[in-house]
Design a binder for this molecule. Structure first.
Ligand code: ZN
Length: 359
C-alpha cells in the first residue's frame, strides 16, 4: 500500500472515492496538484523501462511525467539529428498509451539554447551544424566550458528545432512542452557576430519569446521552462547555478506570464524565496527537488506554506540517481505525493493573461 493510499484510509469512504475521481478522471490535463516526475528519457531502452513503471507511479499518486527526450527520438524531419539508440515512434506510442490508461499527463522536453553538450560529447545539432554554436571553433573538446549553447539569433536554428518540437508534440499529442533552458552560461558572447554587444537578458528573453510563439501561439499548448536564469543571484542568494549571476535575470519582466516556471532547488535551505518571487510576478510555479530527502521535504513544505493556487504541485527530478525501475520507492517522490494528498489546494490556478508583461 502506498503512502498516499495509507493517508486515505483514515478518510471516510465517500471522500476516498471523490478524491480518486479528482485524480483519475480520463483527462489528466490541468488537474491540480501536478505531482510530477522528470525523467531523462533519450533512448528506447529507457522508454520501455518507463512504460513498465507507469502503473506503479500512478498508484503512488504521480499524475504527470516530464520526459526529456532532446535528440533521442527517431526524427523523420531531420534524421541526421538523432542521437544513438533513439526512441522509435512505436515505443513512444506505447508509453503514451500506458500513461493515458493510468491517467498520467506526458509532457515532452527538449533542451533549448543551452546544454548542447555534456563533458566531451557535443550533441547532434552542433555536430551537424557547428556554425549554429554561440562559440563556433572555440573550446576544442569542450574544455573550459560547462555546456555549449546554440546561437538563438542564428536564423537557421529555430526552423530546425521547431521541426523537432513539432514531431514530439504530434507523436505524443502533447498539451504542454518543456523547453529546458537551465544553466545557460554561454550567452551573448563576444565571439558571436550576431549577439556580440547585446544584453544577455534581452537575448534570453527573445529566445523564450520565440519558443513561446511556436508552442503557445501556434500549437495552443502550454510551455514550461526551468527558472534558474530568471532568478537574480544578487537578490536571492542561491549562488550562480540555481540563480543567475550572468545578467539574464531581467528577462523575467520581458516574457509572458503564462509560462510555467519549474523552480529547481536541490539543497536544504530554510527558505526558497524564488517560489514567492515567481508567484508575485504572476507565474505558475512548479517547484522541483532532487536527491536529498531533507532538501526535498523542506522545499515541498515551504511551497505548500505559500498557500497560493498558482503553486501547481511538485516535480521530482531524478538525474539518473535512481533507476527507473526503483522510482516508486524514491523517498523524495513518496514524500511529495503524500504531502499533497494531505493538503490539496482548494481551487485550480487561473491561467494568467497571455502576453501581459511587467512594466
Ligand atoms: Zn549568438
Amino acid at each position: 500500500m502506498s503512502t498516499r493510499q495509507r493517508a486515505y484510509t483514515v478518510l471516510p469512504c465517500l471522500i476516498l472515492i471523490l478524491s480518486s475521481i479528482s485524480f483519475c478522471s480520463a483527462d489528466a490535463t490541468e488537474k491540480y496538484p501536478w505531482l510530477g516526475i522528470h525523467i531523462m528519457m533519450d533512448t528506447g531502452d529507457k522508454t520501455e523501462q518507463l512504460t513498465d513503471a507507469v502503473k506503479g507511479l500512478a498508484k503512488l499518486g504521480v499524475n504527470t511525467i516530464v520526459a526529456e527526450i532532446n535528440y533521442g527520438y527517431e526524427y523523420q524531419s531531420h534524421p541526421n539529428l538523432r542521437s544513438p539508440n533513439a526512441i522509435s515512434k512505436k515505443q513512444l506510442k506505447e508509453l503514451l498509451a500506458q500513461c493515458r490508461k493510468n491517467n498520467i499527463r506526458l509532457i515532452p522536453q527538449f533542451q533549448c539554447f543551452g546544454h548542447q553538450s555534456w563533458k566531451g560529447t557535443t550533441y547532434p545539432l552542433l555536430i551537424q551544424y557547428p556554425e549554429f554554436g554561440e562559440t563556433p571553433g572555440k573550446y576544442p573538446d569542450n574544455k573550459g566550458i560547462y555546456c555549449r549553447s546554440w546561437c538563438p539569433l542564428h536564423p537557421e536554428v529555430n526552423p530546425i528545432v521547431f521541426d523537432l518540437m513539432d514531431e514530439l508534440i504530434e507523436v505524443l499529442q502533447a498539451d504542454a512542452f518543456h523547453v529546458g533552458m537551465d544553466e545557460i552560461f554561454l550567452i551573448a558572447e563576444d565571439s558571436c557576430p550576431r549577439c556580440k554587444g547585446k544584453g544577455k537578458a534581452e537575448i534570453f528573453a527573445k529566445a523564450i519569446n520565440d519558443y513561446h510563439k511556436h508552442i503557445v501561439d501556434k500549437h495552443k499548448i502550454e510551455m514550461l521552462m526551468w527558472g534558474d536564469r530568471l532568478i537574480d543571484s544578487s537578490k536571492i542568494n542561491y549562488g550562480s547555478w540555481e540563480a543567475s549571476a550572468n545578467n539574464t535575470a531581467k528577462a523575467i519582466d520581458l516574457i509572458p506570464r503564462d509560462i510555467i516556471i519549474c523552480d529547481w532547488h536541490y539543497e536544504l535551505r530554510a527558505a526558497y524565496e524564488s517560489v514567492p518571487m515567481f508567484l508575485k510576478k504572476g507565474f505558475r510555479v512548479w517547484p522541483a527537488s532532487w536527491l536529498k530527502p531533507e532538501a526535498a521535504k523542506s522545499l515541498i513544505d515551504y511551497s505548500l506554506k505559500q498557500n497560493n493556487p498558482k503553486m501547481v504541485g511538485h516535480l521530482n527530478t531524478t538525474w539518473g540517481a535512481v533507476p527507473i525501475k526503483a522510482l516508486s520507492g524514491f523517498e523524495p517522490l513518496r514524500y511529495s505525493t503524500s504531502a499533497f494528498s494531505r493538503q490539496l489546494p482548494s481551487e485550480s490556478p487561473s491561467t494568467p493573461d497571455r502576453g501581459t508583461l511587467t512594466p
